[in-house]
Design a binder for this molecule. Structure first.
Ligand code: ADP
Length: 383
C-alpha cells in the first residue's frame, strides 16, 4: 500500500521523543499528518504532542511491534538505534527513512569515516585502536596531538578525549573504555572555523541549506551563524562534499554534516547526522521551508521546499539548563522583551545544568547587531 493514506491521516512514526522529534512532529502536524512516538519515558517533548505515545524501547518487542503497527512510515531522531532494529521494521514491510543500510554505515563512526574515505571524501587522518595499539604507534601515525573517540554512542563530545601526551592517553583510554568498548583515534585538526550544512534528499531531488558557522562550548554546539562568513570557493567545496557524503551512504531524508575549515581554505568532514540537526534549527524562521518540514516532506517523498534564507542573517543560540529543577522558563516576560526573538522551549520536565532546554533565533540584516542581541537574551533567560 502507498505510504500516503487517502482514507485517514498518514501516521509518521518517530523513534525517540526528544526535541528533534518534537520539532519534526510539529511540522508533520501542520501538514496534516499524525505522529506516533516511541520513547522510554512518558511525557517526552514529542510524546506530549500525540495520543499515539508508546512508552518503551526497540528492545521491548510488544511495545515496539505496537508502535510499528500504528505507523505508516518510520523515521528517527538519533543514530544510536542498532540498525538491526530498523531491519526488523523493514522486514515487517514498513519503510524506515533513512533506511537500515544508511544507518549501518553511520552509527559506528569508524565505519562512517572509512566509508567516506573510500568515496574520496576528505576526513581527518584516523586509525583503529585496540588492546595492542600503543601510544607510540598512534603518535607516529597521527602526530603528538590526537583525539580518542568512541566508535558508537558519542554525542555532544561525550565519548571524546583530546590527548597530548602518554599519561593523558592512558587516562583517556581507561575512562572511555569504561563506557565505550570500541575506540578509534583521529588526528587533532587545528581548524580555524567549524562549519555545518543540512542536505535533504528524496528520490527525485537533493537540496542544500546555507552553510553555517558553529561555535562550540565544552564540545556542545552553542551558537550558529547563518550564512557562514566564508569565500565562494569554500561554499562550493562544502556543498559538493556534503552532497557526495549523502550519496555515498545512499541517504534519503535530512542530514546534518559538520566540517572543519583549515587555514588554507580546505575542509574536512567531521561527521554526518542522519536526521534534523542542532545546527539547522535556525531554518525554522530563517529559511523559506525549515529543516523539519523538509525532513517530513522527504520522509514521504513529497516535493521539497525552498531552502533559501528569507533575511540576510540568522543567529541561533542554544539555551542550556542553568540550574537543576523544573524545566520551565522562570522569567518569560524578560525572555520575550525583545520583540524580534523567536523563543523555542522543548518542554522537558526537568532542567539540568548544561542540558539542551531550548534555543533562540534572531533574523535580520545586521549580523553584529543580532549576534549581540542574541547573546544578551541568552544570558537573561533562566531555565
Ligand atoms: P560528538 O559526536 O560527540 O558531537 P564530535 O566528534 O563531533 O563529537 O566532536 C565534538 C567537537 O569536538 C567538535 O565539534 C570539535 O569542536 C571537537 N573535535 C572533534 N574531533 C576533533 C578533531 N579531530 N580535531 C579537533 N577538534 C575536534
Amino acid at each position: 500500500m502507498a505510504v500516503l493514506r487517502k482514507d485517514r491521516n498518514t501516521v509518521i512514526g518517530i523513534l525517540g521523543g526528544g526535541q528533534l522529534a518534537r520539532m519534526s512532529a510539529m511540522q508533520a502536524i501542520q501538514l496534516g499528518f499524525d505522529v506516533a512516538i516511541l520513547e522510554k519515558e512518558k511525557k517526552s517533548p514529542a510524546g506530549i504532542l500525540t495520543k499515539k505515545e508508546f512508552i518503551g524501547w526497540v528492545d521491548q518487542k510488544k511495545i515496539f511491534d505496537e508502535f510499528i503497527e500504528a505507523s505508516d512510515i518510520i523515521t528517527l531522531e538519533n543514530e544510536f538505534i542498532d540498525y538491526k532494529y530498523l531491519e526488523y521494521i523493514e522486514n515487517k514491510g514498513k519503510k524506515v527513512i533513512p533506511d537500515s543500510k544508511t544507518i549501518s554505515l553511520i552509527q559506528d563512526k569508524f565505519i562512517q569515516k572509512t566509508t567516506f574515505q573510500n568515496s574520496g571524501i576528505p576526513v581527518p587522518k584516523f586509525l583503529n585502536v585496540n588492546e595492542t595499539t600503543t601510544y607510540e604507534f598512534i603518535k607516529s601515525e597521527l602526530g603528538s596531538k590526537f583525539v580518542l573517540k568512541s566508535k558508537k554512542m558519542g554525542y555532544d563530545g561525550y565519548g571524546n578525549a583530546t590527548v597530548k601526551n602518554k599519561s593523558e592517553f592512558t587516562e583517556a583510554l581507561q575512562r572511555l573504555s569504561e563506557r565505550h568498548t570500541e575506540i578509534y583515534a583521529e588526528k587533532f585538526v587545528p581548524f580555524v572555523k567549524e562549519l555545518a550544512i543540512m542536505v535533504v534528499r528524496t528520490k527525485k531531488e537533493i537540496k542544500t541549506y546555507p552553510i553555517v558557522e558553529t561555535i562550540q562550548k565544552n564540545h556542545i554546539c552553542h551558537t550558529v551563524i547563518a550564512p557562514a562568513r566564508v569565500n565562494e570557493k569554500i561554499i562550493r567545496s562544502v556543498n559538493e562534499i556534503a552532497v557526495e557524503a549523502v550519496r555515498s551512504i545512499n541517504g534519503f531524508g535530512i542530514f546534518g554534516i559538520e566540517f572543519f575549515l583549515l587555514e588554507d581554505d580546505s575542509v574536512l568532514v567531521n561527521e554526518i547526522a542522519p536526521r534534523p540537526h542542532n545546527t539547522g534549527h535556525y531554518t525554522i524562521e530563517a529559511c523559506t521551508i525549515s529543516q523539519f518540514e523538509n525532513h517530513i516532506r522527504a520522509v514521504l517523498d513529497l516535493p521539497l521546499g525552498n531552502t533559501e534564507l528569507v533575511q540576510p542573517y540568522a543567529v541561533m543560540i542554544n539555551l542550556l539548563g542553568k540550574r537543576n529543577g523544573v524545566g520551565v522558563v522562570q522569567n518569560y516576560s524578560e525572555a520575550l522583551k525583545s520583540n524580534n526573538v523567536h523563543l523555542h522551549i522543548y518542554g522537558k520536565a526537568e532542567s539540568r545544568i548544561g542540558r539542551k532546554m531550548g534555543h533562540i533565533t534572531i533574523i535580520g540584516s545586521d549580523l553584529n547587531k543580532i549576534l549581540l542581541q542574541a547573546k544578551k537574551i541568552e544570558k537573561q533567560i533562566i531555565i
